[in-house]
Structures are given as C-alpha cells and as structure tokens.
Design a protein around this ligand. Structure first.
Ligand code: AMP
Length: 220
C-alpha cells in the first residue's frame, strides 16, 4: 500500500507512520528526518536547508524534490511506502504525481490526521526524545514512569531545535497557508481519508488501520 500523510505539525504523522511501517513492512519516507540527517552530516544540502528549518519555513521545493526523487527511485519501495511530511504544497504534490507515474507506483490513499489546535501546541512544545533509547516522549502526556525510565542512568530529554514556540507558530501558519490546500486537491482526486488524530496513540492507530482497511491484519 502507498500512502501519504497530511496533517499539521504535531498531528502524529511520524508516530503513526512508524507503527504502520513496523507492522506492515512499508517504507517510511519522512522528508523532515531526511533533512535533519543532511543537516547533522554537515553536507552542502544540509547547510542550504538549515536556515529554513530553523525558522519553521519550508525548505525549497528544488531541494526537497531532489531528496524525494532519489529516495523513491532507490528501488526498495516495492513493498509499499508512507510519505510523512511530503508533499507540503501544490508544487510538490504535482511533482510527486509525475515521479510516481514514472515508477508506476501511484498513491492508494492520502490520510488527513485532524487534531485540535490546543492539543497540537502541547504535543509540539512538550515533545522530547530520550537520548538513551531514542524513544519519543512528551512532558505533558507521557507517563511519569516513562520519563523516569529515561532519566535514570543519565538519559536526557532532548527537544528538537524547531520545537520552540516561535518556530512552532510559524510552522502552523505555513501549514495553514501552503499545505492545507492539498486537502481539497486530494479530496478531488478521490484519495482523501480523514482520521480523528485526538486521543491515545493506540486508539488513533485503530482508526487509521480501519479507514485503510487493514483492520483484520492487525486485530488484537
Ligand atoms: P517535520 O519533521 O516534517 O516537521 O519537518 C521539519 C522541517 O523540515 C519543516 O519545518 C521544514 O522546514 C522541513 N521540511 C520537511 N518536509 C518538508 C517538505 N516536504 N517541504 C519543505 N520543507 C520540508
């Protein structure tokens, strides 16, 4: 199955994509992760992307499309893939259609994860990664035992550079102005499926597999 996730920053795209990937052997392609890797490797591409990322703006279409073309044409996406954080504007959506046509792997569905604004803010400002286990945690929503488990033996709760309030505001504005028009674009194409992204991760995952008709395979 080939899916793209739409949803504001903090709507849970990455979390749900990782779980689908683990359970159904699909390849998760997160442009945010690929760009962060490029930044930390110090590559030329990373240097060109960094300023936009720090400001919560979109990285140029030229850079992102280059990354996504390479990734989709690398030959390992046959079992299916999940696009997480791509496309983020109409130019990217139209270019994606062309790339997928070339490799004969059109999208089966586009998932819109809907989450209330207040919840998004808490998810983003509270988001941390455990330095020891790499586990995603949230200072507002994770169980105290999970936080303690990370902090034991010298683990630290790391905040993403772009999860500060100013950048978050900007990312949400960019989402509303540039990415939200894709909801109509994919609705018109007959691909859009909307999932309520509020609530516990397991609950959201059940709704997601339900709309994708993957229910039977993940029962229990
Ligand atoms: P994310 O992890 O998806 O929230 O992405 C983090 C940052 O990477 C975004 O705020 C953008 O600066 C950049 N980014 C990720 N995906 C894209 C994309 N498809 N187009 C442009 N910029 C992107």
């Amino acid at each position: 199955m080939r899916i793209a996730f739409l949803g504001a920053p903090g709507s849970g795209k990455g979390t749900q994509a990782k779980r689908l990937m683990a359970e159904f052997s699909m390849v998760q392609i997160s442009t945010g992760d690929l760009l962060r890797e490029a930044v930390s490797s110090g590559s030329d591409l990373g240097r060109r992307a960094q300023a936009a990322m720090d400001a919560g703006e979109l990285v140029s279409d030229e850079i992102v499309l280059g990354i996504i073309r390479d990734r989709l044409q690398s030959g390992d996406v046959d079992p299916g893939f999940i696009l997480d954080g791509f496309p983020r504007n109409l130019v990217q959506a139209e270019a994606l259609e062309g790339v997928l046509l070339d490799i004969d792997q059109p999208l089966d569905a586009v998932i819109l994860l809907e989450v209330d604004f207040d919840v998004l803010m808490k998810r983003l400002t509270g988001r941390r990664t455990c330095s020891k286990t790499g586990k995603l945690l949230n200072i507002y929503f994770s169980a105290p035992s999970e936080i303690d488990e990370c902090l034991a033996d010298g683990g630290e709760l790391i905040q993403r550079d772009d999860d500060n309030e100013e950048t978050i505001d900007n990312r949400l504005t960019v989402y509303r102005e540039q990415t939200e028009p894709l909801v109509d674009y994919y609705r018109d194409a007959g691909l859009l499926r909307t999932v309520d992204g509020d609530g516990q991760m397991d609950e959201v995952y059940r709704r997601l597999t339900g709309v994708l008709d993957l229910k039977d395979r993940c029962a229990g």
